[in-house]
Every structure is written in C-alpha cells, then in structure tokens.
Design a protein around this ligand. Structure first.
Ligand SMILES: [Zn+2]
Length: 197
C-alpha cells in the first residue's frame, strides 16, 4: 500500500512494525506500566504511530506489536482518501496523533454502541457497547501527567485500546455465540496462513 502524506505531524523516518494477529497469546497478557521515559520510548511511540497510519487504522496498542507495555497511540481525526479503486494508494491529511502512556480510565458515564474493528482481528466488524464518556489520566512521552475528558469516537477508541492493555480483544465483549463463531473463523484463517507458508 502506497501512503501519500503531506503533514508535519506525520512520523517521517519511523519504522513499520509487524502487527500481531488474534489468537496470538501476547494479546491475552496484561501489559506492564512504563517506568523509563527515554529516547527508546519516544522512538517506539513514533514507530507505533507510523504503523497505525500505514495500516491504516485509528488506534494501536503496544501488545498489538508484541510489546507488553501500557502504551497506545491514536488518531481519530485524520482524513483518508483512497486514490485508486483497489485501495492501494491512500492519501492522508489533517493528522492529530495522540500518545497515551500508563492510561487510567475514570468517571465513565452513559452507554453507546459502535461498530468496531481491530488491526489484530482482520475482516471482523461488530457492534460493541461502551461508555459514552470517559475521563482518562495518562502520561506523555516525557512522563508528564495529563487528564482529558472524552466522548464520541475518541472515548470509544480509548476504551478499545485500553482493553488491549488488559489482555482483552473486542470480540470477547460480544455474546458467547458470536465470540465462538469469530474465534473459529480466526483460528481457521491462521491455520490457512500457516499452510501457505
Ligand atoms: Zn484493537
């Protein structure tokens, strides 16, 4: 996929990382807090943003690239324009990258339902119930603390990504029937990919 980008917020020069696919066991582990705020952490966050834009997705948590740390990156605001019918050429603009380290969700209110997908659960989309609004306390790449109040897609996406840090994938929040159906589908696809190698 060719990404065309003209935006100063794009992590130019960063590296694309491999995204782990369900049912990889790393997605089931509870991630550890970040304690060291150094250059390596900054580089990791830039690589995660790059990987997210390249996918293209709106959120990516560290366990999804095989790293068990409490970090996720997000951009729920940017525009994507597909320049050819096959979707091989994508132009992105108006980027608003966000980085959340050691996030903690507080003071949730209301309920909302949104059709979610996940870069680690390819080709599956289903309605998930979430809190409508949520406050999130988090640290930035320098270790400074912030608190923001969120609603709409930002709130939903934060809850989805925060679940990844606790070893929860969105299909596990559906009914047992749907979850078992999707899990079997994903295991079958994994076996097929393995056979093709
Ligand atoms: Zn996800």
């Amino acid at each position: 996929m060719k990404l065309i980008v003209d935006d100063p917020n794009f992590p130019h020069g960063a590296k694309e990382l491999d995204i782990v696919v369900y049912p990889n066991p790393i997605l089931k582990k509870v991630a550890e807090p970040v304690e060291v705020f150094d250059e390596e952490l900054k580089e990791l966050c830039q690589n995660m943003l790059y990987t997210m834009y390249k996918a293209p997705g709106i959120g990516l948590a560290a366990p999804q690239i095989g790293i068990g740390k409490r970090i996720f990156v997000m951009d729920v605001d940017y525009d994507r324009e597909f320049l050819d019918e096959d979707g091989n050429e994508v132009k992105i603009s108006n980027l608003n990258p966000r980085i959340f380290i050691n996030p903690q969700l507080k003071n949730h209110e209301g309920k909302t339902t949104y059709q979610e997908g996940c870069l680690s659960v390819p080709n599956i989309f289903d309605d998930v119930e979430r809190y409508k609004t949520v406050d999130v306390e988090y640290q930035d790449v320098n270790g400074n603390k912030h608190t923001i109040s969120t609603d709409d897609l930002l709130s939903i996406c934060i809850q989805h990504e925060n679940d990844h840090l606790d070893g929860i994938v969105f299909i596990e929040k559906l009914s047992h029937l749907k979850f078992n159906f999707y899990r079997q589908k994903l295991v079958k696809e994994k076996t097929r990919r393995g056979a093709l190698k």
